[in-house]
Each structure stands twice: as structure tokens, then as C-alpha cells.
Design a protein around this ligand. Sequence first.
Ligand code: 4AD
Ligand code: MG
Length: 465
Amino acid sequence: TFTAITDALAGKSAVGDTVTVKGWIRTRRDSKAGISFLAIHDGSCFDPIQAVVPSDLNNYEEEVLKLTTGASVAVTGTLVESMGKGQSFEIQATQVEVLGFVEDPDTYPMAAKRHSIEFLREQAHLRNRTNIGGAVTRVRNCLAQAIHRFMHEKGYFWISTPLITGSDTEGAGEMFRVSTLDLENLPRDDKGAVDYTEDFFGKETFLTVSGQLNAETLACAMSKVYTFGPTFRAENSNTSRHLAEFWMMEPEIAFADLGDAATLAEEMLRYVFKAVLKERPDDMAFFQQRVDKTVIDRLQSVVDSDFVRMDYTDAIDILQKCGKKFENKVEWGVDLNSEHERYLAEEYVKGPLVLMNYPKDIKAFYMRLNDDGKTVAAMDVLAPGIGEIIGGAQREERLDVLDMRLDEMGLDKADYSWYRDLRRYGTVPHAGFGLGFERLVVYATGMQNVRDVIPFPRTPNNADY
Ligand code: 4AD
Ligand code: MG
């Protein structure tokens, strides 16, 4: 057995006890007095633990003095209070077992110095050994756990929705095809089109862009559900906010309207930021110091204040009158670009806001038509630094209106028969949203790019590792 460094540093193993910690060397320093100091990290917390290694250990010359950054060790010794500044406890080593040396230390990519974020991206298999990589992964985990905890406390069921699907929820056509057909020799029908009845599922299938439609069916039986899993978009956008594979958390609430969905989104963001500030103070202090000087204050102010809610129509007005030059034109009916979203969140509201009631023509078929006949009950949560982190809506629960919208958008009703059934058999008002999890992690850490907050980012021309 061995002790996680986080527990050793918290003094959970009482001072004076013999402990074993296992991890990787961050640095080795040798004093003239014939002692070596090893800083060892194991990912369990931000700080490494220091092991003080006396030169009378039998493998001191042979092995300890050959340890370099990245080598793996098991160190046994007495846990003592540290005299050095900045650390609470250290280990007075009585045994250093080398688990693995670093082959050719000069070429080890994660040398103990500051690396550029772009360099780290090219070392995805090793970057979690750095301060920043470890901190991101711990905060990411903390956020995910807090989301599950929050939803559980609110009485939601976590459900699983399929990753392989026949339907395009967002209707944006940005889907990866799933197929076992032989690309070199595709089966064709009479008209020369690819014959997908020959394919594995007997139809054309894709990786899902959203679990929403399936989640709606469960909400219309279980009342309060959420799905949280990977989603896929083949949009060819090389931006700091887009991934081809990202995680989305999607609650779906029966007997609820748009305002209820907005309230849930707001409460959830508050809850998870509070959790991260409380549970990961060491990592957050690091982000504040090295990545974004305002991050802690920013999260704290989300925790402390209500979100501004604003209609799309009013936002257009504000953007037109603000006197700022935007690259993309602003007029009623356009979809907002990230420059508009960021202006609203960063300069106008100076915090997150919920934008509601968008023109129907720029939104998906399933959003509930408002009484004005022009807008739908859609919402986006916009955050400083990142723009849209949540997209949601009240769903169209009236069959006749839904059918009209499907027709308007040129969608085939036959493809949505099960979805239409929900409106035929005991329909209820319902609403939900999708939270882009990587965008949330970006917001919570102050990191600049979604590629740096998921261990193995998938982007155009990048499916390595
Ligand atoms: O706004 P979107 O497209 O909404 C939906 O998919 C709805 N069906 C969700 C629902 O109501 N259940 O996506 C939701 C969120 C966005 O606000 C954004 O945060 C994130 O998913 N997102 C992406 N994150 C990373 N990379 C991408 N390519 C993303 N596309 C959307
Ligand atoms: Mg959206």
C-alpha cells in the first residue's frame, strides 16, 4: 500500500508515521552535505512532496543520483513537518525504489521548465505531468463531479443517450457518418445513389451532435433527466471554442418552460463554480497566478450574483447602438457571432447573461414558437472570454405547430415519427439545454482554448494519440 501525495501533504498520515509515496520526479537537487532533495508528484494534488534522501542509502550513488525529471519512484520514509518554506510535510526517506528511469534525459519533452501551451498540445500523452496539465484535469473532474452531484440533489436521473443515431438534432448537417460500407465499392440504388439499406444499420447513421431528442423522450416519462456524454460535430472551424468531439451535459425537464431552464442553468453554474473554488483552491490559485489574474474573482461574482436575462431583440438594439465596429453585420434576424456575444458578456453586462427569444429562422425545428410568430423560446448563456457556453430552448409540444415547423424546414415527418409520438400521447410543456463542457472548463480555469482542457482534443486534421 502507499499514500497519495495529497493525503501525505494534508498530514492525514500522522507525522512520525512511515509512509510510501509513488510518483514521478519533478526535480532533483543535491546538497553539498550529501543529501538529495526529490520533488515528487503523483497528480493527486497541485504540490509535489519533497523527499529528503540521505547519501547513506545503499543505492544512493548507483541510482538516486541518476534520477532525472520524469523518472518514476516509490519512496518510503518518515513523514515529518517541513522546515522549508512553502511545504507542509516532507518525507525523510529510508528507501528509494526506482520504478523507471528516463531514457535519454536530454530528450525528455517535459523537462522541469515552463513550456508553451502549443508545445504541450503536441505532447498530449505527457502534458498531464506538468503543473498546468494536472491542474486542468483535476478541475475538469471537479466540475463533472459537481454537475452530477447538483443534478442528483435536484432529483434528476442521469440517463444514457446513444452516440450512433439516424437523426440530425440540430439540422446543421455537421455530422460524421458511421458506416461499415466499403468505400471503394459502394452499393448503389437504381438512381446511382449510395444504398444505405446495405449498411450495418440498414440506414444512414451518424455520430450524434446532441442527445437532446432522446433525452426529451425520457423526460416525457421520467420528468427530470439529463444526459452527459460525448457529442460530435464535423464543423470545419479551427477556433479556440470548437472541437470535433466534445462533452455535453443536457438536462431535459418536463412541465417546464424557458424560464425554468434558464433558472436551472444559472443555479447549476453557481453550484459548480462554488464547488471548484472550495475543492480545488490550490489549482485555482495557480490559474489565477499564471493564466488569468481575474479568474477567482470572476467565478466568485458568478456565485454571488443573478444572471442578467435579455431578449435577442434588445441585444440587437444594444449592439447597433454601442458604437463599436463589428466584422459581421448586426441586424434583427442575424445569428450572433462570437464578437457580438463577447461584447455583450464582457463589455456590456460584464458577466454571464442569458439571451432569450431568438428569430425562428436561425434556430432548430424543435424550439417552441412564441406568440409573436417570429421568435422561438430559445436561450443561450453567454460568458465573458468564451461566448456561448449553453444553448437551450423550450420545446415545441404542440403537434400541429411542430409539423408546420418541420414542413417549413423541409424535414421529413416520417423521420421524426417517434418524436411526434411524444406530442400525440400525453404531450407536456418541456424545456432543456446543452452545456458545452469544455467551454465550461475554459471559463472556470481562464484557459484560452478548448483544446487545452480535454486530454486528447479532436480537431480538423488531428486525431493523434
Ligand atoms: O447550442 P448547441 O448546438 O445546442 C444543442 O445541441 C442542443 N440540442 C442542446 C440542448 O438543448 N439539449 O450546443 C450546446 C452547447 C453550446 O452552447 C456550446 O457550449 C457547446 O455545446 N458546443 C461546442 N463545444 C465545443 N465544440 C463544439 N464544436 C461545440 N458546439 C457546441
Ligand atoms: Mg448554440
